[in-house]
Design a protein around this ligand. Sequence first.
Ligand code: FAD
Length: 525
Amino acid sequence: MSKPTPSPAAPLADNGDGVPPHLFRKAVEQAALAISITDARANILYANGAFQRTTGYGQEEIVGHNESILSYRVTPKLVYETLWAQIQRQRPWNGLLVNKRKDGSRYLADVTITPVVNEDGLTTHYLGMQRDVTEVHRLERQVQNQKTLIESVVDAAQVAIVLLDEKERVLLDNQEYKKLIGDLGKEPAAKLLDAVRTQMGDAYTKAQERHRNIAAREVCIESANRPARWFSCAISWFEEHDVGADAFYEPLRRHYLLLTIQDISELKRQQEALRINSLRALLSEQERIQGLRETLAGAVYQLEGPLNMLSAAAHMLERRLSNQAPASHKSAAESIPASALGEAIQKSREALETLRACIPNESDEALQNVDLNVVLADVLKLTTGSLLGAGIVVEWQPSARPAIVSGHLAQLSNLFKQLISNAIEAVNERRGGRRELRIFCNARPDHIEVFVEDSGPGIAEALRYKVFQPFFTTKGAARQHLGLGLAMAQEMVSRHSGTIDIDPAYHTGCRVRVQLPCVAGGNHV
Ligand code: FAD
């Protein structure tokens, strides 16, 4: 009986010894990995095709040579010492060696050496496997260099930069951002993003969904024991392919958020100082014009009284003379005083008209929506020096929601400046006792109410209405008071269709209440 010929698909192990030796040889010869077999001193006994292709040496050229033929002599001695120490302990070694080919060109070899041990436990041979990883290394180094470059640039940037993952965890940050951690506490990015989200509302979610960049959003971070800080935040979203093994065949995208933060507190402080200074200049100009208007109007008013009396007296005189004798019998001496008086009255009227014409026009400031909370805060800033100088404790309570009225900004600012200046003077008048100024703003559904309270001597009940009359003063002309302040305040309030009064029930100083109609729908929640 003839032995059946095994089919090509039959298991090779069927021959009893497992894989036949010639198959091992073929597999090694044809392997894509460069393989060499050496004796115990690294002299090459065999090198496969891939080894020849990698090194440029043919089988005959390399066999009998030591593996050191490949050494380019820049690999540190310590690497070889470690290699030998490891393989002599009969442990495999893996590492990177700089090799040179037959043609002198260099390559980086990822080498694995495995000792081959005989039945007596002695190392008789070594199996060397190597791969040219020059290109991989070049790419790795390039990526590393770029990463280092980007990190250095990001670190050197004068703005804080932070990269966050989808759960807004910090992945990368720079020195400026680290400084913010010291200033704002543990997670400045979270605080700033919250502030941007609150400011933008739905627009933030839309920008995030569409990955639309958000440019230069100015947000304010308040802290209990430090002045408020202002930051300009820019946000960009981008995505990257996941580099994990799981995503090799099924690409996943990771989303990142890049937040750039610029501290603009100093700029804001300068802008604010500039704004307050121009407001101060505007108010003093307004005050000057208003004062001039009131003074001239008052003077015209004061002069009109005696002039009217003089006119009446002239009429009486004229009537008496005409009753005493017919005009033809009037002596020249009698008619001279009457005509002179008439002429004087005429001249006086002309002078009065000239004076009236000199009254400057009211400023043509535009009507706009004005938040009284902002006006009062600004006026308090303007009067900080006087308040500190007088040692007055200020309690300022803005309304919970915006207190919007339709009005003239400068006039309303002047109104409250006048009331606060009055309050400071009143407190200064009282020696000893509390030195307090309280300002409250309440936004009612149809009007805004502002209270200015001081701990001064107060205003006697009998004078509560008189104090609003022009030229009425409780302080006397000697103290350079024209008594126009409250009159002007009342005029400004009237121009805004509001009311101003002094609370009769308030006995521990003076409480002035100003009520102004609010913008329709402007103060509803
Ligand atoms: P040295 O390290 O100073 O050694 C001089 C000689 O002694 C060399 O022949 C060396 O092989 C041998 N030798 C050194 N230490 C011992 C020891 N403890 N026991 C026995 N013999 C020792 N080197 C490369 O640069 N590139 C390679 O691709 C490479 N592949 C290798 C593959 C195998 C399988 C083995 C075993 C070694 C390989 N080596 C390789 C190491 C190489 O043999 C040298 O050690 C190395 O090149 C340093 O050369 P050198 O002239 O400074 O020799």
